[in-house]
Write a protein that binds this ligand. Structure first.
Ligand code: 5AD
Length: 392
């Protein structure tokens, strides 16, 4: 599977580069490569990842040309008639972002967490969980495999809030991963000091995944003991100012959350300059205080995606694994057809996958990485989505 196809550079304005993919133009930011007009590049998440040698790029593009046209036709066909909210949202997605779909890899490298969030299965006081912490070498190996074997161009390194990974260790991870992999590195390590995030940026991390979870202040403090919503939002804003691409969002269907709250959550996601909207259904976990809370309906989760798309037509909207867990067979497809345009595949070593149990029966953990990639590739082909970058 190819998660990004090369495009050709047609304009360079300082750090902003315009890339052409079979006649479609997308913007990307360039922090690391020396580029000239006419160069072939791979971009992901609106970020230039690497230059690609011309003959190699042309070979990939000639293999892709026919399929690319077919995918566009399929997407066009599926969006030609729109009546329901989901169909209208899907049509809006098609009109504003084309048929691009990003597929990021995610490695969950530690399930230790100092926080005690009431909804989360890896909360500190869950004693029923076997904890794991991947070593620097294991993280580098897993990243190498995701990037150099499976071709992912954007990778999320995620953990609970685990202070064992101090500044030195985190910098070591980034240095080693970057020395072996050309990839957009996105960190999801919770609330850490600004000085830590600054160091990670200097080492080449460029994305942050940090949800605000809910925009409702009293709900936030009741679900996250000892935490403060304002502080979290300020951190996300500060990280954006630092230059990071922001991926943020919330949980859908938390106890006490209303539809209006969800609309406010969608607005806040946008207000925080979210490069990628990341929100998904809350799924109760038996080893948490919210074990008896009911699950949100699939309709509620899909409606949130569709509404976010209608409100912010140009957004990149992630279809989360939690949605796929709500509907194991068709969750991803339904999310993508309700306005979503991005997916993640769990690239955590299989022996740890089930232990990252923020919620139960996480989709993907029952199959091998190869099977999962094949499943996603087939799905994207069947609904006409292409692995061109969504751009900035
Ligand atoms: N259901 C769904 N998502 C959850 N998360 C944590 N617990 C759950 C749950 N029970 C999400 C949070 C967190 C992300 C890493 O996982 O939104 O930010």
């Amino acid at each position: 599977m190819c998660y990004a196809i090369p495009g050709v550079v047609v304009e360079i304005r300082d750090k902003l580069v315009t890339i052409d993919y079979f006649g479609e133009r997308k913007l990307a930011r360039n922090d690391f490569c020396k580029l000239a007009i006419g160069d072939y590049v791979l971009a992901q998440g609106g970020f230039i990842i690497e230059r690609v040698e011309e003959t190699k790029a042309k070979a990939v593009l000639s293999d892709w040309k026919e399929l690319f046209n077919e995918l566009q036709e399929t997407d066009m066909r599926l969006t030609s008639e729109a009546k329901t909210l989901y169909q209208l949202a899907n049509k809006t997605r098609h009109e504003h972002t084309g048929n691009s779909c990003c597929v990021h890899g995610i490695i969950n490298f530690s399930n230790y967490c100092v926080k005690d969030c009431l909804y989360c299965g890896i909360r500190n006081s869950n004693d029923n969980l076997i904890r794991y912490r991947m070593s620097v070498d294991e993280i580098v190996e897993a990243s190498d495999m995701a990037v150099n074997k499976y071709n992912f161009k954007a990778l999320v390194l995620q953990s609970g809030e685990d202070m064992w990974y101090n500044d030195e260790i985190l910098m070591d991870i980034i240095d080693k991963v970057r020395s072996r992999c050309n990839v957009l590195l996105i960190m999801s390590i919770g609330e850490r000091d600004l000085s830590t995030y600054k160091l990670l940026y200097e080492r080449g991390a460029r994305g942050i995944l940090l949800r605000f979870e809910t925009s409702k202040e009293d709900l936030y403090s009741s679900l996250k003991p000892g935490s403060n919503l304002k502080k979290r939002i300020e951190l996300i804003e500060e990280l954006h100012r630092m230059g990071y691409l922001i991926m943020t969002g919330f949980l859908v269907g938390l106890p006490g959350q209303t539809e209006e709250d969800i609309l406010r959550d969608i607005h806040l996601t946008n207000k925080l300059h979210s490069e990628m909207f990341s929100f998904g259904p809350f799924i109760s976990h038996k080893d948490t205080p919210l074990k008896d809370a009911s699950l949100p309906s699939l309709d509620m989760a899909l409606t949130s995606i569709a509404r976010a798309r209608m409100l912010y037509p140009d957004a990149r909207i992630l279809v989360t694994t939690a949605l796929e867990t709500l509907d194991k067979f068709e969750g991803a497809k339904k999310g993508l057809l309700a306005g979503g345009n991005s997916l993640m595949i769990d690239m955590t070593p299989v022996k740890y996958q089930k232990l990252y149990s923020i919620y139960p029966e996480k989709k993907g953990t029952e199959s091998s990485i190869e099977e999962r990639i094949e499943e996603v590739t087939k799905l994207l082909e069947s609904i006409g989505r292409a692995p061109t970058d969504l751009g900035l």
